[in-house]
Every structure is written in structure tokens, then in C-alpha cells.
Design a protein around this ligand. Structure first.
Ligand code: AMP
Ligand code: GLY
Length: 429
């Protein structure tokens, strides 16, 4: 079978890497891909927003499965179109993708189907939003309704901050994503992510992860798309995982079916583990980046039958086998990210890093020019490693990273710190 992967990040490189190990696969195409994938897939300059073009490409190349990596093409209805053309596609319909595309939509689903989440209100005028803030008190969380590249969430410590956030969002700071907003209660606890595949009726639980959203060490500074991640998340005990499945994921599956729009694809549930148990912070409807990188490294089984089953049903009949060992991924970004940064700097010495099943460099914002690799984006490389403990995986990742010669790049040196501290407190294994 030929497979087309849509996207260009480290997540897509990890998906391509894993898919390439499947005996079911003849050829992988990736649109548009990046500078690190050429040995595994053919990068093609297809525009994901040109649905006619994608359909034509699938017909010409006899594509048996399209795997959509990022959220934007899902929200824009690429999977709906492919399904109409009888081309199997991994990912939800545009309607179901509102679970990520509209925070208000998700909160209403939670309310209707009794899914634990922070108490909230939806507003499109500033006066009512501010009245709600006055009633609820601070700290409080203000969120632009739509997709805002991870930047549309403001945790307001006091009323003036909350009011400024409300005025900024409704005043157009995030464009159309902020014509409406959600104001919600501030949850206290530890965050974790849970991933599960779904075919509309059945789920296949995958694994847990934790990421580091802030740019600076000690989880400080500006929010980013993610500076690193590890899997599993120690806070997700078997009990918390079972509760997440029963109290959050399955009611969502039933709810979306009842709404007439069953969810197919991957649930990426952002959770707060509070003293009452797991509460939903948000859904994403695609794999996390860099969470996908650590998940793919830990996955022993062939991923292709599972992705196909999401499109075609019977995902519950698939068994996934995982490495018990944790995996950890460190993001190298261009200095200046997440603000302004150089868009063309050379990365050297990548070839000196020994790569294999338990150490791998996934590329994100890179470009290959005549055999030389250039950084052309914010998040650029994901140095990913697996080991007997988070600390060992962390050591392997940083050892590999330190061989890379890229003066314009930087990383956090403390990825996994919370899990490492837990390991140290619980003593040697
Ligand atoms: P989101 O884009 O919804 O994941 O929000 C980004 C980050 O804001 C989350 O990862 C949390 O750290 C934080 N956050 C969002 N909602 C809440 C909440 N209700 N209570 C506490 N923190 C939150
Ligand atoms: N790492 C967070 C995300 O992919 O949304």
C-alpha cells in the first residue's frame, strides 16, 4: 500500500519513521515534509488546502491511506472530502474536529455528556464576560474560542489582567479565533496527556505523555508549541488512566455519536489531575508534537493497521504492544523562538549522531539543500531517546544533542525534570 502523510513537523517525521517499518507499506509520500525525511519518504509539494489537488494526487499515486498530521487541514474538512472520494483517511471530520477547533463547542459537549472539566461560560461581549469574572473571582482562565496556535489561553491572576485579556481577545488579537471566548475556572493539579485512537464507536487506548510548553528552564517564560516531552507520564497511574477512559474519553465517543458526528482519529486529551481526579482541559484531534515522537519510539507494534482501523472500524480488535521503557524528546529551536529568529542557518555534524530504534533525531523546521541541512523554522530538531529510566533516556538524548554543531540553536537542559525528580525520590530500581 502507498501512504500519504500530510504535514511537515517532527510529529510527521515520527509518523513517517514508524509507518516506514510496516511490512504493509510500499511507498510513503509526505506533503510537504521537511529536510530530514528523504531516506524514508518522497517529499511532494502538495498544498493541503487544495483538496482537488490532494484527491488527484491520491488517485495518480494509488494512495491507500492518507494520514493527516496537523489540525488545520482537519478543521478545514480534508478528511470529509477524502471520505467522499472513497479514499481512506486517518483523522476526524471537520465537524468532529471542532473538539479542537472550538473550545466553546468542547465545553458544551462536556456539559451535555457530564464530562469533568472546569466550570465555564461562553461569551461574545466583553461586559458579560467581565461580569462572570467578577462573580467567579481570580485566578481565572480566559481562552479565545478558535485555533490560536497555542497562544489563545491567558491565565489571569487578578481582575485587571482578566479584563485586559477579554478586551484583547474580543478586540481582535487572535483574529476570527477570538470573536468568541470561554472564561473558565482555574484548575489546580498536575497536567498530563492521554492518547486514544477511535473509529467512531470503539477506542484503542495508546499511551500517556507530559510535555514542557514553556520556553525556559523550570517551566518559565513564554508558551511554545512544546520544548520537549516524555512518555509515560508518571502521574497517570492505572487508576487515573482507567478513570480518564471511563469518565472522559468514552462519554465523548458516545456523545459525538449521539450528535450524529462520530469521532474518528486520535483523541489527544489534555488533562489536569486534580484532587478529585482527571479533568479535561482541552482536546486536540491529532497527535501532539513532540508527544508523537516519544509515542512512536515506544510503540513496538505496526501502526498502519491501527490507523487503517480508525478509518474503517474495529479499532478495538487491534492490539498495540509498547516498550515498557520511557522515551524522552528534547526540542532544539532557533535562538529567539517563540519570538523572532533567523530563518536560514546551517546545522552541521548531524551525521555523527548514531541513530537507531532507541535514539533518533526527528526533523521539524529543516530544509535540505544539496546535502546540507538548514534550520528554516522555530522548532527545528527533536532529539529523541528511550532508556531504562527517564533519567537514562534524558542522558542519551542530551549526549546525542551535544554532538550537533548548530550555534544558532538552543534547547532546554531540563526536559523531564519532574519525572527524574520522582525517580530520584523513589530510589534506584
Ligand atoms: P490549552 O491550550 O487549553 O491546553 O491551555 C494551555 C495551557 O493553559 C494548559 O496546558 C494549562 O497549563 C493551562 N490551562 C488551560 N486551562 C486551564 C485551567 N482551566 N486551569 C488551569 N490551567 C489551565
Ligand atoms: N505539544 C502540544 C501540542 O502538540 O499541541
Amino acid at each position: 500500500m502507498n501512504i500519504l502523510v500530510i504535514g511537515s513537523g517532527g510529529r510527521e517525521h515520527a509518523l513517517v519513521w514508524k509507518i516506514s517499518m510496516s511490512p504493509l507499506v510500499d511507498k510513503i509520500f509526505v506533503a510537504p515534509g521537511n529536510g530530514g525525511m528523504a531516506d524514508l519518504a518522497e517529499c511532494v509539494p502538495l498544498n493541503e488546502t487544495d483538496h482537488d489537488g490532494v484527491v488527484k494526487f491520491c488517485r495518480d499515486k494509488n494512495i491507500g491511506l492518507v494520514v493527516v498530521g496537523p489540525e488545520a487541514p482537519l478543521v478545514a474538512g480534508l478528511v470529509d472530502r477524502l471520505e467522499k472520494e472513497n479514499i481512506p483517511a486517518f483523522g476526524p471530520s471537520a465537524y468532529a474536529a471542532q473538539l479542537e477547533g472550538s473550545k466553546g463547542f468542547t465545553k458544551d459537549i462536556c456539559a451535555k455528556y457530564n464530562i469533568p472539566t472546569a466550570a465555564y461560560g461562553r461569551f461574545s461581549d466583553a461586559a458579560s464576560a467581565k461580569k462572570f469574572v467578577r462573580e467567579k473571582g481570580t485566578p481565572i482562565v480566559i481562552k479565545a474560542d478558535g485555533l490560536a496556535a497555542g497562544k489563545g489561553v491567558i491565565i489571569a491572576e487578578n481582575e485587571p489582567q482578566a479584563f485586559t485579556a477579554i478586551d484583547d481577545i474580543l478586540g481582535g488579537q487572535f483574529g476570527d479565533a477570538g470573536t468568541e471566548l470561554v472564561v473558565e475556572e482555574f484548575l489546580v493539579g498536575e497536567e498530563a496527556s492521554f492518547f486514544a485512537l477511535c473509529d467512531g464507536d470503539n477506542i484503542l487506548p495508546l499511551a500517556t505523555a507530559q510535555d514542557h510548553k514553556r520556553v525556559g528552564e523550570g517551566d518559565t517564560g513564554l508558551n511554545t508549541g512544546g520544548m520537549g516531552a516524555y512518555s509515560p507520564a508518571p502521574v497517570m497511574t492505572d487508576e487515573m488512566t482507567a478513570r480518564t477512559i471511563n469518565e472522559i474519553i468514552l462519554p465523548t465517543v458516545r456523545g459525538m455519536k449521539q450528535e450524529g458526528h462520530p469521532f474518528k482519529g486520535v483523541f489527544f486529551a489534555g488533562l489536569m489531575i486534580t484532587d478529585k481526579g482527571p479533568e479535561l482541559i482541552e482536546y486536540n484531534v491529532r497527535f501532539g508534537d513532540p508527544e508523537c515522537q516519544v509515542l512512536m519510539m515506544r510503540l513496538k507494534s505496526d501502526i498502519v493497521p491501527a490507523l487503517m482501523a480508525c478509518a474503517q472500524g474495529n479499532v478495538d480488535k487491534i492490539e498495540m504492544i509498547w516498550h515498557d521503557q520511557p522515551a524522552l524528546s528534547v526540542v532544539m529551536a532557533t535562538k529567539g523562538y517563540p519570538e523572532s529568529y533567523d530563518k536560514h542557518t546551517e546545522i552541521k555534524n548531524l551525521e555523527s549522531v548514531a541513530q537507531g530504534q532507541s535514539t533518533y533525531i526527528f526533523h521539524a523546521g529543516t530544509k535540505c539543500e544539496e546535502g546540507r541541512i538548514f534550520a528554516v523554522g522555530g522548532r527545528v530538531l527533536n532529539i529523541t531517546a528511550m532508556g531504562a529510566s527517564v533519567e537514562i533516556a534524558q542522558g542519551k538524548a542530551y549526549t546525542a544533542l551535544d554532538q550537533i554543531d548548530w550555534p544558532e540553536g538552543f534547547c532546554r537542559r531540563d526536559i523531564g525534570w519532574r519525572a527524574v525528580k520522582r525517580e530520584q525520590l523513589s530510589g534506584p530500581k
